[in-house]
Design a binder for this molecule. Structure first.
Ligand SMILES: Cc1cc2nc3c(=O)[nH]c(=O)nc-3n(C[C@H](O)[C@H](O)[C@H](O)COP(=O)(O)O)c2cc1C
Length: 425
């Protein structure tokens, strides 16, 4: 049985922890809880203890508690430490390495990975001091989920600061624990033979089909030349891998890339935008479709059959360009077999967020992941990415991460979205 140590901070969102504990319990996790003094102003240790079925730890200097399960045991006997809600104050204490209460002493003593779900007023979140603490904690290896954009508990307040939805946190916890197992076993649950692995029922995307496009397209000019772009496919392939790791059946439709087909993922290699659209449509239905490919906007109307020859005094050939199908728009606007969640990528070089917001609305896409691909960012072909997630609720600017981390965060988010959607039916 996998063990999670949940540290509950003193914010309004503390009540959501009761649901978090319940859902983790349903998924077979043993959850032990630590509550800060402030957290006990919002929910009682009695309620937390009743739902987690464990004695709740509240005090560093509790003679009995220390004898039963001392703070060092609490810190050590877990596979993951989750801090939710993480208050601005708790983030500050963590960033400074303080250990003057049970929560921070445990966080200092643990060797397990730490996942933090901040929740606070948008002004507190965007305050330079909080942002400085977040950067410090990221540098220390702490993982973050949220905060999301949306309405605050306080009437009339909205912005970035809402705790990530419980479904998203559960999905991220499962993904981090699956990661731990993968590194411990060398290859985890992936079917290394490359064939489709049996879905793990406890994984957040088990039984789901995730469709991903990746890489550039090549649009022929003649039989030897083509129009291309600098997309490497690294982000799209990382998304396919992350979806597989979360238990999904994954179809990857990729343009020409220098990357190996990911293990356990059904991969279709295509060249042109038209071929990509056909392969995507053939792969439907899907629960989630993530369009990370950099599809060429135009193709040559009538590509040469052989190699177009350079003739003396003839000048360069005149190439007539025609528009390629817009794959993202075509799928997002489908009235039948539209994926539940359609996610597009927007590679922009200016007005990144504004353009992405426009694209999301005009193409009827659910989420857009916008990134700045100007040359100086090194995103095209690079290992890291800095993205903004544009949803109907607002814009979240994520810190710079590796492309694998962006993929993990996005897929955990998608899993949370599907869970919420299922529970609303
Ligand atoms: C009604 C109320 C709601 C609060 N909500 C939050 C919150 O959502 N996020 C936050 O960072 N602090 C919030 N605070 C402030 C924290 O409770 C305070 O900083 C406390 O010292 C945090 O302690 P802890 O980090 O040990 O849990 C709130 C305070 C009050 C009185």
């Amino acid at each position: 049985m996998k063990r999670v140590l949940l540290i509950i901070g003193g914010g309004i969102a503390a009540y959501k922890c009761l649901d978090l504990i319940r859902r983790l319990g349903e998924r077979g996790f043993a959850v032990r809880c630590v509550m800060t003094k402030a957290a006990q102003e919002f929910i009682t240790p009695l309620a937390v203890g009743a739902i987690s079925n464990e004695r709740v730890a509240t005090d560093l200097f509790d003679l009995e508690g220390e004898r039963e399960i001392g703070h060092i045991r609490l810190a050590r006997e877990t596979d993951l430490v989750v801090v939710a809600p993480a208050t601005a104050d708790l983030l500050a204490r963590m960033a400074q390495g303080q250990g003057n209460d049970l929560a921070t002493a445990v966080l200092l003593a643990t060797r397990a990975r730490v996942l933090v779900a901040p929740a606070m007023n948008p002004a507190m979140w965007s305050h330079p001091a909080t942002q400085r603490n977040v950067r410090q904690l990221e540098a220390d290896g702490v993982q973050f989920i949220g905060p999301n954009a949306g309405e605050m508990a306080e009437k009339g307040e909205a912005g970035v600061g809402r705790m990530a939805e419980v479904g998203e946190i559960v999905a991220r916890i499962e993904s981090l624990i699956a990661d731990n197992e993968e590194s411990a076993s060398g290859f985890g649950f992936l079917n290394v033979s490359g064939s489709r692995a049996k879905p793990e029922p406890s994984l957040p995307l088990a039984g789901r089909h995730v469709l991903v496009t990746s890489g550039p397209t090549h649009e022929p000019i003649d039989s030897v030349r083509y129009i291309a772009n600098r997309s490497s496919g690294k982000q799209g392939h990382a998304i396919a891998v992350a979806a597989r790791r979360l238990g999904a059946r994954v179809t990857l439709v990729t343009g020409p890339v220098q990357l190996a087909d990911p293990d356990g993922v059904e991969t279709h290699r295509v060249e042109t935008a038209n071929e990509m659209l056909a392969a995507v449509e053939a792969a439907l239905p899907a629960d989630v479709a993530v369009f990370a490919a950099a599809v060429a906007d135009w193709r040559v109307a009538a590509p040469g059959r052989g190699k177009i020859k350079k003739a003396p005094n003839a000048g360069p050939p005149q190439l007539e360009l025609v528009e390629n199908p817009d794959i993202l728009r075509t799928i997002a606007k489908r009235t039948s077999r539209r994926p539940t969640l359609v996610v597009g990528f927007a590679a922009e070089t200016s007005a990144v967020i504004e353009n992405a917001q426009g694209k999301r609305k005009s193409k009827s896409v659910d989420w857009i992941v916008a990134n700045d691909v100007s040359e100086e960012t090194g995103v095209f072909g690079g290992e890291r990415n800095r993205v903004h997630l544009v949803t109907p609720q607002g814009v979240e600017s994520w810190p710079e991460m590796s492309k694998a981390e962006v993929a993990d965060a996005l897929l955990a988010r998608a899993a949370g979205f599907l869970t919420e959607a299922r529970e609303q039916v």
